[in-house]
Design a protein around this ligand. Sequence first.
Ligand SMILES: *Cc1c(COP(=O)(O)O)cnc(C)c1O
Length: 427
Amino acid sequence: MKYFSLSNHSIQASFKDAVIQGLAPDRGLFFPESITPLSKDFMDSIEQYSNHEIAFEAIKQFVGDEIPSDVLKEIIQETLTFEFPVVPISDQISTLELFHGPTMAFKDVGAKFMAKCLEYFNSESDDHVTVLVATSGDTGGAVANGFLGTKGVDVVILYPSGKVSDIQEKQLTTLGQNITALEVNGVFDDCQDMVKTAFLDGGIPKKLTSANSINIARWLPQMFYFFFAYKQLKSTGKEIVFSVPSGNFGNICAGFMAQKLGLPVKTLVASTNVNDTVPNFLASGEYDVQPSIATISNAMDVSDPSNFIRIQQLFNNDFNRLKEHLASFSFSDELTRKAMIEIFENSDYIADPHGAVGYLGLKEFNLNSNQIGVFLETAHPVKFLPVVEKTLNVNVAIPSQIEKVMNKEKKSIHISTYEDLKGYLNS
Ligand SMILES: *Cc1c(COP(=O)(O)O)cnc(C)c1O
């Protein structure tokens, strides 16, 4: 499969090169040259297939012959080691729980899949790749866990000192081996800027790649979730409306890829916090980026979502067609807390702030009686413990995979400037 750069369509790369490079040389995002729908027979009998089989069918055309089928099947098996249950919240609303993986956020799937692809490509050569990633919380942990011990790959994670939760910090600073955590005196944007500068800096002799959702191997496997939910809800005969708590819009963009592959969904709802560039764009036609605002759903504090350009490409940059299939609403922290309380009181379910934003999106969308709403629960509430416990006045039990890291010793290297980062990378 060939990929082209969305900034310059004549720049092309194979799957392998697109994964290793992360971004195209002109800084554009890679996009697949063609998307072939899955057969109607397959979609009609999806409940007869295992999750591993569904994932293989969904992703195989995007990998092409660059990874042999048997190896790709193994990669999927090593990636999907947990369940993706749909849990009813009310008559018309359910949640798709994506947090049963090792770091309890949905990013585990993409991180592991990408790590295994890089490992396969490196097994054919002695090349060394350095994955450089900035995190506001969840990405760091998922990438650290997904890439731990991956041959030929070093991982460098930049995170803002004092700005991630205790659990998130432990998840990215305690693993050791090929994972290094750089603790930056600054905010998330400083981390992100340093990473971007490093990618543009010709003076770093290492091969650098990104493990954010701009990387196709992190982005594409997220399609699987939407098929898994459909498989569980198909027998209801209802049209599914997904609400996706969105920050960088990678997850919802994967949902639109699933739609392109033939998943029978009409509309997806992008639910955001007050970082509302996309909801405003749909309402006014103007894409106006304001500085990002800190919220209690901090994994979505993104004001210029990288993947939105891919969604526009999927609709041939046709604003009206996009609006037929994408609804988008934004919600304040106050409304988010109220939703968490409502879900808890009505359904005895503890949603994390991101899931609660997704729930609000479905309420705002106003489902009709032929529709069933599914919001993605993108992280376990334990990852946002102080907010959840304070808002709901409950104690959340600490799951074993979190408890395991809580007792480990934090190891990080403090840095303050880009020169510090460059010094580390060149040492
Ligand atoms: C990353 C993340 C999101 C946002 O996903 P995008 O693909 O960036 O839109 C939402 N919720 C949680 C918990 C996350 O970690």
